[in-house]
Design a protein around this ligand. Structure first.
Ligand code: SF4
Ligand code: SF4
Ligand code: SF4
Ligand code: FES
Length: 748
C-alpha cells in the first residue's frame, strides 16, 4: 500500500491508484470532464489538474498514478486560474445557447462553468453553426457542442466493442463521426449518449420533450428482457419521458440496450386501452373491471374445474405469477401454463461471465437476445489470456472478440457442437485444443439457449464432462425464470395447445400472454374463439385480446410494484413510477380470487411474505438483489434431441433474435417500429447475388407447410444457404410453429 496526502489528509491506497481515485478515497472532490471511471484514463481536457508538492508541473489527476509519500494539493489560486482557463477555452467555439440545448440542466460543461466561476468569456470567437446530424434514428449529433472528450469513442470501443464512431481529422478540424461520413454501423445501445458530458449526442426519443428538473425518477428493473437491468424511469405526472441508465448501478453497471433506452414509449401509447370489455355474441361492450371479473368468474363456474386453464406471461412479476398459481388452486384446476419450462434453471452469474478465462457460446446470438449478457461476454473475451469459442449458423457481433467462430447450417452446426462436446469428454478430434482451453481454465463458462432442447442436452453433457463449467442458460423474457419458480412452468406448452384444440380446455384466463404470436401456439386462433371463456389481460388490444370475450387492460412494469428474477436467478425489486388508471394483474387476480373464496392480497409486499412461506426456494431470499439457491441446472436428465431441418427447399431457415424487439411490448413502441416495424428476411451476400436480390426486395418464402412474403435484407454475416427471420412476430411465429429449423425456398 502507498501513503498519499491529499490536501493534508493521509490515505492509504494500492499501487496503481490514480490521484483522482486517491482523492475520492480521501473524500476530496476534483472536477473532471473527459474522465469516466468505466473507461481507460484519457487525459484530454486538463480540467482535473492538481499540484504535486515539490513538482513544478501540474499533474492530470485522472491519468497520474500516485507514488508513495506523494503530497497533492487540489485547491489553490493557481489551480483556480488554470481550471478557469481550461473551461474558457472549451467555451470559445461552444454555442452559448443552453436554454435551447437538450442537455441543459444536466450538462457537465454547464456545471463546470459554474464550479470554476467563469462568468464571461474573454476570448472572441464566432461559434460554429454546423447543421445537426440526424442520420442515426435514435441519436442526434450536434458536433458544434462537442468538447472532444472522447468518451463516446472510448465507450463504443472499450465497452461496446463496435467502434461505430471515431475521431476524424486533425488539429482544429478534429471531430467525432463515422469514417467518410458513412452511415453509423451502430448497435443503438446509446451508451455514447449516456457518457457524453454535453449536448453533442442526444437521445432523439426524449429530445425537446421535457426539462430534466421537471422530471421525477424511480429506480426499477427494465421489463423488456431477462438481463434485469437497473434503470431509472423519469416521469412527470403520469407520463414517462425517459428510461435512463443509472451510471455504474445494477448488474448492467449502468449500461442499457436499444430496447430499454429507446423503446419505452409504448408506456405512453395512445393505443393503450383504458376500459375493460365483455363480448357477448360478438358484440363488445365496455364494462367496469368488477363487471368483467364477475362475468369471467360466472363462465368459469359454468365449466368443470379441470377444463379451466391459466396462461401466465413471463412479463408478470413473481408476485403476480404466485397469485395466478393460487387462483388456479382456488378454482380447483392444475392447469397453469406458460411458454417457459421448469426443466432448466440458472447457474452462472454476470460475475462468473465477466471473470471467466474460457467461454463457449453455444448457438445463441447473445448480443441480440440478451444484450447485457452479450456485453459481459465481450468484456471477458477481450481480457488478456481468455478465450471465446462461438457456435452459431452465421457470424455475429462476437466474431470480433472470438478465438474461434464456427458457422454452418443448423444440421452441420449441430454436428460440430457434438464433436466439441465429445472433445470435452476426451475424444481426440478437431476440437481437442478448444476443449483443452475450457478444461484447463480456472473459470470456464458456457452460455446456451435453454429453449433449444438439442443445445440444452449438449450443455448438460459438457457439464458432466467438466463440472467446473458454469452454465448460463440465457432465458429470454424479463421474468422467464421467476414465473417458473412460482409454479407456472410445470406443464408443457404442447399440453395447452392439445387441450385447447381438443376442447378439453373450455375456459382460459390468459394473463398478459399474446398466445397467438407464440411459437407452438400460433395456430390456436380458431380454437380459442370456440372456448366458453377467453379472458385476456394486456395493456394493449393484442392479437389474442381481440379474440377474447373478456378483456381487461392492465399495467406495464412501470406502473406496478413487485419483483423479477433475471437470467442469473437474481431477484430484483420493480417499483411503480406512474399510474395509468388501469389495474395491475395482481389486482385482477385478487378480485377473481374473491369470486372463488380465496382472499388473495394484491399488494406486492404481502404477496412476498406469502411466497417466503410457501415457495421453498424463496424462503430466505434477499428480494433486492439476492440469487435463488437452485439445487441444479437440470431438473432431470435431458434427452438427446436430433437437429433436422423440416421440409424441402434450397435454404435452411432459422429463428433469429432481434436487439430491437423481444416480445409483445416492444412492438407497440413507435420509435422502435420506425427502425424495425415488421420481420425482415436476412439473406447472404452470395445467395443474393445468385438470385439477383437487392435490399428491400419483397420475396415469397415457401416451405412445405407455410408461405409468406417478406422484405429482404442482405447481411454480410449470413452463411451461404442459410436465411433467418425473427420469431417474435405473429406471422413468423406461425412459420416456426412448424419447427425450429426449416427448409424453404425463396421465390422472386
Ligand atoms: S449507440 Fe452504442 S454502438 Fe452506436 S455509436 Fe453509440 S456506443 Fe457505439
Ligand atoms: S460527442 Fe460528446 S462524448 Fe463524444 S467527444 Fe464530443 S463531447 Fe465527448
Ligand atoms: S431490454 Fe434487457 S438488456 Fe435492454 S435495458 Fe432492458 S433488461 Fe437491459
Ligand atoms: S478529467 Fe482529467 S484530463 Fe480530463
Amino acid at each position: 500500500m502507498l501513503t498519499v496526502k491529499i490536501n493534508g489528509k493521509e490515505v492509504e491506497v494500492p499501487a496503481g491508484t490514480t490521484i483522482l481515485d486517491a482523492a475520492k478515497e480521501a473524500g476530496v472532490h476534483i472536477p473532471v470532464l473527459c474522465h469516466d471511471s468505466r473507461l481507460n484514463p484519457f487525459g484530454a481536457c486538463r480540467v482535473c489538474l492538481v499540484e504535486q508538492v515539490g513538482m513544478p508541473k501540474l499533474q492530470a489527476a485522472c491519468t497520474t498514478p500516485v507514488t508513495d509519500k506523494m503530497e497533492i494539493i487540489t485547491e489553490s489560486e493557481k489551480l483556480s486560474r488554470v481550471r478557469k482557463t481550461a473551461v474558457e477555452l472549451l467555451l470559445i467555439n461552444h454555442p452559448l445557447d443552453c436554454p435551447v440545448c437538450d442537455k441543459g440542466g444536466e450538462c457537465t460543461l454547464q456545471d463546470l462553468t459554474y464550479e470554476v466561476g467563469v462568468t464571461k468569456v474573454r476570448f472572441d470567437a464566432v461559434p460554429n453553426d454546423t447543421p445537426v446530424d440526424h442520420t442515426n434514428p435514435f441519436i442526434e449529433r450536434d458536433i458544434d457542442r462537442c468538447v472532444l472528450c472522447g468518451r463516446c469513442v472510448r465507450i463504443c470501443d472499450e465497452v461496446v466493442n463496435i467502434q461505430a464512431i471515431s475521431f476524424l481529422n486533425r488539429g482544429t478540424d478534429t471531430m467525432i463521426g463515422t469514417s467518410f461520413e458513412q452511415p453509423w454501423n451502430c448497435e443503438y445501445c446509446g451508451q455514447c449518449i449516456s457518457v457524453c458530458p454535453v449536448g453533442s449526442l442526444n437521445n432523439r426519443v426524449y429530445l425537446f420533450k421535457n426539462r430534466p428538473w421537471n422530471l421525477e425518477s424511480e429506480k426499477t428493473i427494465c421489463g423488456l428482457c431477462s438481463c434485469g437491468c437497473t434503470v431509472s424511469i423519469d416521469y412527470e405526472g403520469n407520463e414517462v419521458f425517459r428510461m435512463n441508465d443509472m451510471p455504474e448501478e445494477g448488474v448492467n453497471h449502468g449500461y442499457m440496450c436499444a430496447k430499454g433506452r429507446f423503446g419505452f414509449d409504448f408506456m405512453n401509447s395512445v393505443k393503450r386501452e383504458t376500459e375493460a370489455q365483455v363480448k357477448v355474441k360478438g358484440e363488445a361492450k365496455k364494462v367496469s373491471v368488477t363487471e368483467a371479473v364477475e362475468y369471467a368468474a360466472d363462465k368459469i363456474k359454468g365449466v368443470s374445474k379441470e377444463s379451466v386453464a391459466l396462461v401466465v406471461s413471463p412479463r408478470l412479476t413473481n408476485e403476480e405469477a404466485f397469485l395466478a398459481a393460487k387462483l388456479a388452486s382456488a378454482i380447483g384446476t392444475s392447469n397453469v401454463f406458460s411458454t417457459e419450462t421448469d426443466e432448466i434453471m440458472p447457474e452462472g452469474t454476470y460475475e462468473d461471465v465477466e471473470n471467466s478465462d474460457a467461454l463457449t457460446v453455444l448457438n445463441i446470438n447473445v448480443t441480440e437476445s440478451n444484450p447485457i449478457l452479450g456485453l459481459a461476454v465481450r468484456v471477458a473475451a477481450r481480457k488478456e489470456g481468455s478465450s471465446l469459442l462461438v457456435f452459431y449458423p452465421s457470424m455475429t457481433a462476437l466474431r470480433r472478440v472470438s478465438t474461434k467462430f464456427v458457422t454452418g447450417n443448423p444440421e452441420k452446426l449441430a454436428e460440430e457442437m457434438e464433436k466439441f462436446c465429445a472433445a470435452m469428454g476426451g475424444a481426440d478430434n478437431e476440437y481437442a485444443a478448444d476443449a483443452k482451453l475450457m478444461l484447463d481454465a480456472e473459470k470456464p463458462v458456457l452460455v446456451f439457449d435453454p429453449h433449444s432442447k438439442a443445445d440444452a442436452y449438449i450443455a448438460q453433457e459438457i457439464k458432466k464432462a467438466c463440472s467446473k463449467v458454469k452454465l448460463v442458460p440465457a432465458k429470454h423474457k424479463n421474468n422467464s425464470v421467476g414465473i417458473v419458480d412460482m409454479g407456472c412452468g410445470a406443464k408443457s406448452p404442447a399440453e395447452f395447445a392439445a387441450g385447447v384444440e381438443s376442447g378439453k380446455i373450455k375456459a382460459v384466463v390468459c394473463l398478459g400472454e399474446n398466445i397467438v404470436t407464440r411459437t407452438g401456439w400460433s395456430k390456436l386462433s380458431g380454437a380459442l374463439q370456440k372456448l366458453d371463456l377467453l379472458m385476456v389481460t394486456d395493456p394493449f388490444m393484442s392479437d389474442t385480446a381481440k379474440l377474447a370475450n373478456v378483456y381487461i387492460p392492465v399495467a406495464t412494469f412501470a406502473e406496478k410494484n413487485g419483483s423479477f428474477t433475471n437470467l442469473e436467478g437474481r431477484v430484483q425489486l420493480v417499483s411503480k413510477a406512474v399510474d395509468k388508471g388501469v389495474p395491475s394483474d395482481a389486482e385482477v387476480l385478487a378480485a377473481l380470487g374473491k369470486e372463488f373464496g380465496a382472499e388473495l392480497p394484491a399488494d406486492a409486499y404481502s404477496v412476498r411474505k406469502l411466497i417466503e412461506k410457501e415457495v421453498k426456494l424463496y424462503s430466505g431470499v434477499e428480494w433486492d438483489g439476492g440469487t435463488v439457491p437452485y439445487p441444479s441446472v437440470f431438473k432431470k436428465d435431458m434427452e438427446k434431441a436430433a437437429v433436422t431441418a423440416k421440409g424441402s427447399g434450397r435454404f435452411y431457415l432459422y429463428p433469429a433474435s432481434l436487439r430491437l424487439h423481444s416480445g409483445s411490448y416492444t412492438r407497440w413502441s413507435p420509435d422502435l417500429a420506425k427502425v424495425y416495424g415488421s420481420p425482415v428476411l436476412e439473406v447472404s451476400v452470395d445467395d443474393a447475388k445468385e438470385m439477383d436480390l437487392k435490399d428491400g426486395d419483397t420475396v415469397k418464402l415457401k416451405g412445405d407447410s407455410f408461405t409468406g412474403e417478406f422484405v429482404v435484407e442482405i447481411d454480410k454475416q449470413m452463411t451461404k444457404g442459410c436465411i433467418s427471420l425473427p420469431e417474435d412476430f405473429a406471422d413468423t411465429a406461425d412459420i416456426f410453429s412448424n419447427g425450429r429449423y426449416l427448409k424453404a425456398e425463396i421465390i422472386k
